[in-house]
Design a protein around this ligand. Structure first.
Ligand code: ZN
Length: 271
């Protein structure tokens, strides 16, 4: 990174690795510079003032010093520690999954301020007690858009025909929806229901408040989950490890969000 020797950033701790006996290398997602890595000297020591600020899923203002090898976090002021989120296994798993997604999907020193704001907003929702999986689906889809992989959902991604209001298909490899004819010769095409297409279109174009108003039954929720994760996998080219933990938690206490169990599909018909 060029610029002054000392700089300050607003950042969220995505991950950390303990090195030696008392130091940590911290991965920060910052509003100003995107993802950066920096060392937090002595932060593992009991009583270190830096320690609580460099725990995963903690946001703060970080005062850093540029160094040739790896920048140094000289000081930090906590902004949010998401204590309520961390007191609940499911919501913490959701937060860590988001952190891993951001870590995997962004390059170092590539700023994504809109994605930064979205991560913060979604974490706040989880921290307030919202536990809907819709938050994750909306976040995954918006993340794809922010990193340049917005799925194509208006025209067939293969032949360019405008999609008819019927059951179409989705190809993660081609990055979008397919008309029924093209679906027949695209190997990774999977059926895409009209309701799923409507929800995906809505989520790509709306804010968090509107996104959470969508009501899904279990079937539609599973369909959306599978489609969006296939798009993610196709972009990342690797599994998101913490997703396994999320799935196990979900199986164990089958704590589905109210949206996932209630009634018939009802999609706000804005599009
Ligand atoms: Zn087509």
């Amino acid at each position: 990174m060029s610029g002054p020797r000392q700089y300050q950033v607003e950042g969220l701790v995505l991950a950390h690795v303990v090195v030696g006996e008392k130091d940590k290398i911290v991965t920060l997602f910052t509003r100003e510079h995107g993802k950066i890595r920096a060392v937090a000297r002595g932060s593992v020591r009991p009583g270190s003032s830096l320690g609580p600020c460099v725990e995963p899923l903690t946001s703060g203002r970080f005062y850093c010093v540029r160094r040739r090898s790896i920048d140094l976090i000289a000081q930090a002021t906590p902004l949010a520690s998401y204590g309520s989120l961390k007191s609940d296994l499911w919501r913490m798993a959701c937060g860590l999954y988001m952190a891993e997604l951001v870590d995997s999907a962004t390059a170092e020193e590539a700023p994504h301020p809109a994605l930064f704001d979205l991560v913060r907003d979604v974490l706040e929702r989880f921290d307030y007690g919202e536990n809907s999986e819709l938050l994750l689906r909306y976040f995954e889809l918006q993340l794809l858009d922010q990193i340049g992989f917005r799925p194509s959902l208006q025209e067939c991604v293969d032949c360019g025909t405008r999609l008819a209001p019927v059951e179409n298909a989705l190809s993660a490899v081609l990055g979008g929806a397919l008309c029924p004819e093209c679906a027949m010769h695209v190997p990774d095409a999977r059926p895409l229901s009209l309701d799923a297409l409507k929800v995906l279109r809505l989520w790509l174009g709306c804010g968090l408040d509107v996104a959470l108003r969508v009501r899904l039954n279990g079937l539609l929720a599973s369909e959306l989950d599978a489609h969006v994760y296939r798009l993610i996998l196709s972009v990342l080219q690797k599994e998101v490890r913490s997703r396994g933990w999320l799935r196990r938690l979900k199986e164990e206490d089958s704590r589905l969000s109210p949206e996932s169990v209630a009634g018939e599909p009802s999609v706000d018909n804005h599009h």
